[in-house]
Design a protein around this ligand. Structure first.
Ligand SMILES: *Cc1c(COP(=O)(O)O)cnc(C)c1O
Length: 386
Protein backbone atom coordinates (compact mmCIF):
# COMPACT_ATOMS: atom_id res chain seq x y z
CA UNK A 1 0.00 0.00 0.00
CA UNK A 2 2.81 2.37 -0.85
CA UNK A 3 1.66 5.30 -2.97
CA UNK A 4 3.91 6.39 -5.79
CA UNK A 5 4.33 10.04 -6.72
CA UNK A 6 2.19 9.39 -9.74
CA UNK A 7 -0.82 8.00 -7.84
CA UNK A 8 -4.05 9.43 -9.20
CA UNK A 9 -6.89 11.11 -7.34
CA UNK A 10 -9.09 8.13 -6.29
CA UNK A 11 -6.08 6.08 -5.30
CA UNK A 12 -4.89 8.96 -3.11
CA UNK A 13 -8.35 9.30 -1.54
CA UNK A 14 -8.41 5.63 -0.61
CA UNK A 15 -4.80 5.05 0.40
CA UNK A 16 -3.01 8.26 1.41
CA UNK A 17 -2.19 8.33 5.10
CA UNK A 18 -3.60 4.82 5.53
CA UNK A 19 -1.26 2.19 6.94
CA UNK A 20 -2.40 -1.16 8.31
CA UNK A 21 -2.71 -0.85 12.09
CA UNK A 22 0.71 -1.73 13.57
CA UNK A 23 -0.84 -3.77 16.41
CA UNK A 24 -3.11 -6.06 14.37
CA UNK A 25 -2.77 -5.35 10.65
CA UNK A 26 -6.36 -4.02 10.56
CA UNK A 27 -6.74 -2.45 7.11
CA UNK A 28 -8.91 0.33 8.48
CA UNK A 29 -7.30 2.78 10.91
CA UNK A 30 -8.91 2.04 14.31
CA UNK A 31 -10.78 4.65 16.33
CA UNK A 32 -8.16 5.39 18.96
CA UNK A 33 -10.64 6.48 21.61
CA UNK A 34 -8.11 7.41 24.26
CA UNK A 35 -7.16 10.57 26.15
CA UNK A 36 -3.59 9.61 27.03
CA UNK A 37 -0.74 7.17 26.35
CA UNK A 38 1.31 5.19 28.87
CA UNK A 39 5.00 6.13 29.02
CA UNK A 40 7.72 3.53 29.49
CA UNK A 41 9.50 5.28 32.32
CA UNK A 42 10.09 8.76 33.63
CA UNK A 43 12.00 10.80 31.10
CA UNK A 44 12.22 7.85 28.66
CA UNK A 45 11.61 8.56 24.98
CA UNK A 46 8.06 7.65 23.94
CA UNK A 47 6.45 6.60 20.66
CA UNK A 48 5.43 10.16 19.76
CA UNK A 49 2.12 10.07 21.62
CA UNK A 50 1.67 11.87 24.93
CA UNK A 51 -1.82 13.33 25.19
CA UNK A 52 -4.99 13.13 23.08
CA UNK A 53 -5.34 16.82 22.29
CA UNK A 54 -1.81 16.92 20.94
CA UNK A 55 -1.68 13.61 19.05
CA UNK A 56 -4.28 11.02 18.06
CA UNK A 57 -3.49 8.32 15.47
CA UNK A 58 -6.99 8.37 13.93
CA UNK A 59 -6.97 12.13 13.54
CA UNK A 60 -3.42 12.10 12.20
CA UNK A 61 -4.36 9.45 9.60
CA UNK A 62 -7.20 11.72 8.45
CA UNK A 63 -4.93 14.77 8.37
CA UNK A 64 -2.37 12.98 6.19
CA UNK A 65 -5.15 11.71 3.95
CA UNK A 66 -6.68 15.14 3.36
CA UNK A 67 -3.29 16.86 2.99
CA UNK A 68 -2.56 14.49 0.08
CA UNK A 69 -6.04 14.88 -1.42
CA UNK A 70 -5.72 18.69 -1.50
CA UNK A 71 -2.06 18.55 -2.59
CA UNK A 72 -0.93 20.37 0.56
CA UNK A 73 2.07 19.76 2.78
CA UNK A 74 0.03 19.26 5.98
CA UNK A 75 -3.55 19.33 7.24
CA UNK A 76 -5.09 19.93 10.66
CA UNK A 77 -8.54 18.69 11.65
CA UNK A 78 -10.89 20.71 13.84
CA UNK A 79 -14.21 20.18 15.58
CA UNK A 80 -16.15 22.08 12.89
CA UNK A 81 -15.66 24.08 9.73
CA UNK A 82 -16.04 27.26 11.79
CA UNK A 83 -13.32 26.14 14.21
CA UNK A 84 -11.03 25.56 11.21
CA UNK A 85 -11.74 29.03 9.79
CA UNK A 86 -11.22 30.60 13.20
CA UNK A 87 -7.89 28.79 13.55
CA UNK A 88 -6.47 30.37 10.40
CA UNK A 89 -7.43 33.83 11.72
CA UNK A 90 -5.07 33.27 14.67
CA UNK A 91 -2.22 33.67 12.20
CA UNK A 92 -3.11 37.38 11.96
CA UNK A 93 -2.38 40.29 14.31
CA UNK A 94 -4.70 42.98 15.51
CA UNK A 95 -4.83 45.69 12.82
CA UNK A 96 -4.59 43.19 9.95
CA UNK A 97 -7.15 43.25 7.16
CA UNK A 98 -8.87 40.47 5.22
CA UNK A 99 -10.67 40.80 1.88
CA UNK A 100 -13.58 38.36 1.68
CA UNK A 101 -15.88 37.12 -1.12
CA UNK A 102 -19.06 39.14 -0.60
CA UNK A 103 -21.47 36.21 -0.83
CA UNK A 104 -19.56 34.23 1.82
CA UNK A 105 -21.06 31.56 4.08
CA UNK A 106 -23.27 33.19 6.77
CA UNK A 107 -21.37 31.60 9.66
CA UNK A 108 -18.09 32.97 8.30
CA UNK A 109 -19.58 36.47 8.04
CA UNK A 110 -20.85 36.17 11.63
CA UNK A 111 -17.46 34.99 12.95
CA UNK A 112 -15.61 37.78 11.16
CA UNK A 113 -18.00 40.59 12.05
CA UNK A 114 -19.25 39.70 15.52
CA UNK A 115 -16.30 37.88 17.04
CA UNK A 116 -12.97 38.64 15.35
CA UNK A 117 -13.63 42.31 14.63
CA UNK A 118 -13.66 42.80 18.42
CA UNK A 119 -10.03 41.67 18.45
CA UNK A 120 -8.94 44.32 15.98
CA UNK A 121 -9.18 42.43 12.69
CA UNK A 122 -10.75 44.28 9.80
CA UNK A 123 -12.75 42.69 6.98
CA UNK A 124 -14.10 44.03 3.72
CA UNK A 125 -16.36 42.24 1.29
CA UNK A 126 -16.02 42.36 -2.47
CA UNK A 127 -17.42 40.40 -5.39
CA UNK A 128 -14.28 38.32 -6.03
CA UNK A 129 -15.94 36.81 -9.11
CA UNK A 130 -14.99 40.14 -10.73
CA UNK A 131 -11.17 40.06 -10.66
CA UNK A 132 -10.91 43.78 -11.38
CA UNK A 133 -12.46 44.50 -7.96
CA UNK A 134 -9.84 42.50 -6.03
CA UNK A 135 -6.71 44.63 -6.55
CA UNK A 136 -8.25 47.93 -5.42
CA UNK A 137 -9.62 46.24 -2.26
CA UNK A 138 -6.16 45.15 -1.07
CA UNK A 139 -4.50 47.61 1.33
CA UNK A 140 -1.02 47.60 2.90
CA UNK A 141 -2.67 45.95 5.92
CA UNK A 142 -4.31 43.14 3.95
CA UNK A 143 -2.94 39.71 4.89
CA UNK A 144 -5.55 37.32 3.46
CA UNK A 145 -7.79 37.18 0.44
CA UNK A 146 -10.55 34.82 1.58
CA UNK A 147 -12.42 33.26 -1.33
CA UNK A 148 -15.42 31.02 -1.62
CA UNK A 149 -16.17 29.51 -5.02
CA UNK A 150 -18.86 28.62 -5.94
CA UNK A 151 -20.71 30.84 -3.46
CA UNK A 152 -23.85 29.98 -1.57
CA UNK A 153 -26.54 30.21 -2.88
CA UNK A 154 -25.84 32.40 -5.95
CA UNK A 155 -23.07 30.09 -7.25
CA UNK A 156 -20.74 32.88 -8.35
CA UNK A 157 -17.36 31.54 -9.46
CA UNK A 158 -14.04 33.16 -8.63
CA UNK A 159 -11.04 32.50 -10.86
CA UNK A 160 -8.65 31.12 -8.23
CA UNK A 161 -5.56 31.34 -10.44
CA UNK A 162 -6.21 34.93 -11.42
CA UNK A 163 -7.16 36.01 -7.88
CA UNK A 164 -3.97 34.38 -6.53
CA UNK A 165 -1.79 36.25 -9.02
CA UNK A 166 -3.37 39.57 -8.03
CA UNK A 167 -3.03 38.84 -4.28
CA UNK A 168 0.54 37.57 -4.49
CA UNK A 169 1.68 40.77 -6.20
CA UNK A 170 0.83 42.49 -2.91
CA UNK A 171 2.16 39.69 -0.66
CA UNK A 172 -1.34 38.67 0.38
CA UNK A 173 -2.00 34.98 1.09
CA UNK A 174 -4.99 33.38 -0.57
CA UNK A 175 -7.38 31.27 1.48
CA UNK A 176 -10.04 29.22 -0.31
CA UNK A 177 -13.04 27.74 1.49
CA UNK A 178 -13.39 24.71 -0.78
CA UNK A 179 -16.39 23.22 1.02
CA UNK A 180 -18.89 23.86 -1.77
CA UNK A 181 -16.85 22.32 -4.54
CA UNK A 182 -14.90 19.49 -2.83
CA UNK A 183 -11.34 18.61 -3.87
CA UNK A 184 -12.69 16.23 -6.52
CA UNK A 185 -13.89 19.30 -8.43
CA UNK A 186 -11.02 21.71 -7.74
CA UNK A 187 -7.79 21.74 -5.77
CA UNK A 188 -7.07 25.39 -5.00
CA UNK A 189 -3.46 24.83 -3.86
CA UNK A 190 -2.65 23.61 -7.38
CA UNK A 191 -4.19 26.82 -8.77
CA UNK A 192 -2.04 29.17 -6.69
CA UNK A 193 -3.91 29.42 -3.37
CA UNK A 194 -1.91 29.20 -0.12
CA UNK A 195 -4.44 27.80 2.35
CA UNK A 196 -7.58 25.68 1.94
CA UNK A 197 -10.32 25.19 4.52
CA UNK A 198 -13.23 22.78 4.51
CA UNK A 199 -16.25 22.04 6.53
CA UNK A 200 -15.76 18.25 6.43
CA UNK A 201 -19.43 18.11 7.48
CA UNK A 202 -20.31 18.44 3.78
CA UNK A 203 -18.83 16.58 0.79
CA UNK A 204 -15.68 15.21 2.47
CA UNK A 205 -17.61 13.21 5.07
CA UNK A 206 -20.53 12.98 2.68
CA UNK A 207 -22.93 11.03 4.86
CA UNK A 208 -24.56 13.74 7.02
CA UNK A 209 -23.39 12.05 10.20
CA UNK A 210 -20.52 14.18 11.50
CA UNK A 211 -19.54 17.83 11.98
CA UNK A 212 -15.91 18.78 11.41
CA UNK A 213 -13.43 21.03 9.68
CA UNK A 214 -9.94 20.94 8.24
CA UNK A 215 -7.19 23.39 7.29
CA UNK A 216 -4.74 22.41 4.54
CA UNK A 217 -1.49 24.34 4.20
CA UNK A 218 1.33 24.77 1.73
CA UNK A 219 3.99 26.92 3.46
CA UNK A 220 6.23 25.68 6.29
CA UNK A 221 5.68 28.76 8.46
CA UNK A 222 1.90 28.27 8.27
CA UNK A 223 2.29 24.57 9.12
CA UNK A 224 4.43 25.31 12.18
CA UNK A 225 1.93 27.85 13.49
CA UNK A 226 -1.14 25.68 12.85
CA UNK A 227 0.45 22.70 14.59
CA UNK A 228 1.13 24.92 17.58
CA UNK A 229 -2.29 26.54 17.63
CA UNK A 230 -4.25 23.32 17.14
CA UNK A 231 -2.73 22.10 20.40
CA UNK A 232 -2.69 25.48 22.15
CA UNK A 233 -6.32 26.41 21.43
CA UNK A 234 -7.44 22.77 21.30
CA UNK A 235 -10.43 22.78 18.92
CA UNK A 236 -9.54 19.30 17.66
CA UNK A 237 -11.68 16.78 15.78
CA UNK A 238 -12.40 13.74 17.95
CA UNK A 239 -11.31 10.20 16.99
CA UNK A 240 -14.80 8.93 16.12
CA UNK A 241 -15.48 11.85 13.77
CA UNK A 242 -12.01 11.57 12.27
CA UNK A 243 -12.77 7.94 11.46
CA UNK A 244 -16.12 8.83 9.89
CA UNK A 245 -14.51 11.45 7.63
CA UNK A 246 -11.79 8.97 6.63
CA UNK A 247 -14.49 6.56 5.56
CA UNK A 248 -16.11 9.43 3.63
CA UNK A 249 -13.04 10.50 1.66
CA UNK A 250 -12.55 6.94 0.36
CA UNK A 251 -15.77 7.14 -1.66
CA UNK A 252 -15.50 10.79 -2.65
CA UNK A 253 -14.78 10.15 -6.33
CA UNK A 254 -17.79 7.94 -6.95
CA UNK A 255 -20.05 10.16 -4.88
CA UNK A 256 -18.94 13.31 -6.70
CA UNK A 257 -19.24 11.74 -10.15
CA UNK A 258 -22.82 10.77 -9.40
CA UNK A 259 -23.52 14.13 -7.74
CA UNK A 260 -22.28 15.97 -10.83
CA UNK A 261 -24.36 13.79 -13.17
CA UNK A 262 -27.55 14.09 -11.14
CA UNK A 263 -27.20 17.84 -10.67
CA UNK A 264 -26.67 18.45 -14.40
CA UNK A 265 -29.85 16.49 -15.24
CA UNK A 266 -31.93 18.30 -12.62
CA UNK A 267 -30.57 21.75 -13.56
CA UNK A 268 -31.47 21.20 -17.21
CA UNK A 269 -34.90 19.95 -16.18
CA UNK A 270 -35.54 22.99 -13.97
CA UNK A 271 -34.27 25.45 -16.55
CA UNK A 272 -36.77 24.10 -19.11
CA UNK A 273 -39.68 24.00 -16.64
CA UNK A 274 -42.39 26.66 -17.32
CA UNK A 275 -43.01 27.29 -13.59
CA UNK A 276 -39.35 28.06 -12.88
CA UNK A 277 -38.31 31.69 -13.47
CA UNK A 278 -34.56 31.22 -13.24
CA UNK A 279 -32.14 28.34 -12.67
CA UNK A 280 -28.57 28.93 -11.49
CA UNK A 281 -26.05 26.13 -12.03
CA UNK A 282 -22.47 26.50 -13.28
CA UNK A 283 -23.02 23.59 -15.67
CA UNK A 284 -25.69 25.46 -17.63
CA UNK A 285 -24.60 27.50 -20.65
CA UNK A 286 -26.81 30.29 -19.26
CA UNK A 287 -24.58 30.65 -16.17
CA UNK A 288 -22.62 33.90 -16.67
CA UNK A 289 -19.37 32.14 -15.73
CA UNK A 290 -19.96 28.81 -17.45
CA UNK A 291 -16.72 29.10 -19.43
CA UNK A 292 -14.63 29.74 -16.30
CA UNK A 293 -16.41 26.87 -14.51
CA UNK A 294 -15.55 24.52 -17.40
CA UNK A 295 -11.93 25.53 -17.14
CA UNK A 296 -11.52 25.52 -13.35
CA UNK A 297 -13.86 22.77 -12.18
CA UNK A 298 -14.13 19.05 -12.88
CA UNK A 299 -17.89 18.84 -13.20
CA UNK A 300 -20.06 21.55 -11.74
CA UNK A 301 -20.95 20.31 -8.27
CA UNK A 302 -24.08 19.38 -6.38
CA UNK A 303 -25.68 22.75 -5.67
CA UNK A 304 -28.48 24.20 -7.78
CA UNK A 305 -30.47 27.34 -7.01
CA UNK A 306 -33.77 28.11 -8.72
CA UNK A 307 -36.39 30.80 -8.40
CA UNK A 308 -40.12 30.13 -8.51
CA UNK A 309 -41.08 33.82 -8.29
CA UNK A 310 -42.51 34.29 -4.79
CA UNK A 311 -42.39 33.12 -1.21
CA UNK A 312 -45.81 31.57 -1.65
CA UNK A 313 -44.69 29.52 -4.63
CA UNK A 314 -41.47 28.47 -2.86
CA UNK A 315 -43.46 27.36 0.17
CA UNK A 316 -45.79 25.41 -2.11
CA UNK A 317 -42.92 23.52 -3.73
CA UNK A 318 -41.09 22.82 -0.47
CA UNK A 319 -44.22 21.60 1.30
CA UNK A 320 -45.07 19.16 -1.48
CA UNK A 321 -41.70 17.44 -1.89
CA UNK A 322 -41.74 13.87 -0.62
CA UNK A 323 -38.25 12.54 -1.25
CA UNK A 324 -36.09 15.67 -0.94
CA UNK A 325 -35.68 16.61 2.71
CA UNK A 326 -36.18 20.20 3.87
CA UNK A 327 -32.95 20.83 5.79
CA UNK A 328 -29.89 23.07 6.05
CA UNK A 329 -26.47 21.66 5.18
CA UNK A 330 -25.32 20.00 1.98
CA UNK A 331 -22.98 17.45 0.52
CA UNK A 332 -24.58 14.26 1.85
CA UNK A 333 -25.68 11.22 -0.15
CA UNK A 334 -29.30 12.27 0.34
CA UNK A 335 -30.80 15.23 -1.48
CA UNK A 336 -31.52 18.22 0.76
CA UNK A 337 -33.51 21.27 -0.18
CA UNK A 338 -33.65 24.63 1.55
CA UNK A 339 -34.99 28.16 1.34
CA UNK A 340 -32.00 30.52 1.78
CA UNK A 341 -33.98 33.68 2.68
CA UNK A 342 -35.81 32.03 5.60
CA UNK A 343 -33.27 29.34 6.55
CA UNK A 344 -29.51 29.76 5.95
CA UNK A 345 -29.51 33.49 5.20
CA UNK A 346 -32.15 34.71 7.66
CA UNK A 347 -29.49 36.61 9.63
CA UNK A 348 -28.40 38.52 6.51
CA UNK A 349 -30.24 41.89 6.48
CA UNK A 350 -33.01 42.09 3.86
CA UNK A 351 -31.33 44.85 1.81
CA UNK A 352 -28.05 42.88 1.68
CA UNK A 353 -30.00 39.75 0.68
CA UNK A 354 -31.67 41.72 -2.10
CA UNK A 355 -28.31 43.08 -3.27
CA UNK A 356 -26.94 39.53 -3.44
CA UNK A 357 -30.00 38.32 -5.36
CA UNK A 358 -31.36 36.07 -2.61
CA UNK A 359 -35.04 36.55 -3.40
CA UNK A 360 -38.00 35.09 -1.49
CA UNK A 361 -38.72 32.71 -4.37
CA UNK A 362 -35.21 31.24 -4.36
CA UNK A 363 -34.78 27.55 -3.48
CA UNK A 364 -31.47 25.70 -3.15
CA UNK A 365 -30.96 21.99 -3.74
CA UNK A 366 -27.99 19.96 -2.53
CA UNK A 367 -28.24 17.07 -4.96
CA UNK A 368 -27.61 13.62 -3.53
CA UNK A 369 -26.76 10.35 -5.23
CA UNK A 370 -30.23 8.79 -5.40
CA UNK A 371 -31.60 7.68 -8.79
CA UNK A 372 -32.06 10.91 -10.68
CA UNK A 373 -35.42 9.78 -12.14
CA UNK A 374 -36.83 9.68 -8.61
CA UNK A 375 -35.47 13.13 -7.79
CA UNK A 376 -36.86 14.57 -11.00
CA UNK A 377 -40.26 12.98 -10.40
CA UNK A 378 -40.34 14.49 -6.92
CA UNK A 379 -39.64 17.99 -8.29
CA UNK A 380 -42.17 17.45 -11.08
CA UNK A 381 -45.03 16.61 -8.75
CA UNK A 382 -44.19 19.49 -6.39
CA UNK A 383 -43.95 22.06 -9.24
CA UNK A 384 -47.21 20.68 -10.64
CA UNK A 385 -49.05 22.02 -7.55
CA UNK A 386 -48.19 25.65 -8.46
C1 LIG B 1 -21.00 24.53 6.44
C2 LIG B 1 -20.00 25.50 5.96
C3 LIG B 1 -19.07 26.08 6.84
C4 LIG B 1 -19.10 25.83 8.32
O1 LIG B 1 -18.84 24.52 8.65
P1 LIG B 1 -19.40 23.79 9.98
O2 LIG B 1 -18.84 22.43 9.87
O3 LIG B 1 -20.90 23.86 9.91
O4 LIG B 1 -18.87 24.57 11.14
C5 LIG B 1 -18.13 26.95 6.31
N1 LIG B 1 -18.11 27.24 5.00
C6 LIG B 1 -18.98 26.72 4.14
C7 LIG B 1 -18.90 27.08 2.69
C8 LIG B 1 -19.96 25.83 4.58
O5 LIG B 1 -20.84 25.32 3.70
Amino acid sequence: MKLTDRARFSTICIHAGQEPDPATGAIITPIYQTSTYVQDGLGQPHAGFEYGRTQNPTRMALERNIAAIEAGSAAFAFASGMAAIDAILTRLQSGDHVVVSDNTYGGTFRLFERVRRKFGLDFSYVDTSKPELIGPALTPKTKYLFIETPTNPMLHITDIRCASTIAHEKNVRVVVDNTFASPYIQRPLTLGADIVVHSTTKFLNGHSDSVGGVVILKHDDDVEWMKFVQNAAGGILGPMDSWLVLRGTKTMTVRMERTNENAQVLAEYLEAHPKVKRTIYPGLASHPQHALARKQMKGFGGLISFDVGSLEAARGVLNHLKLMALAESLGGVETLISHPAIMTHASVPADRRAALGITDGLIRISVGIEDVEDLQADLAQALETL
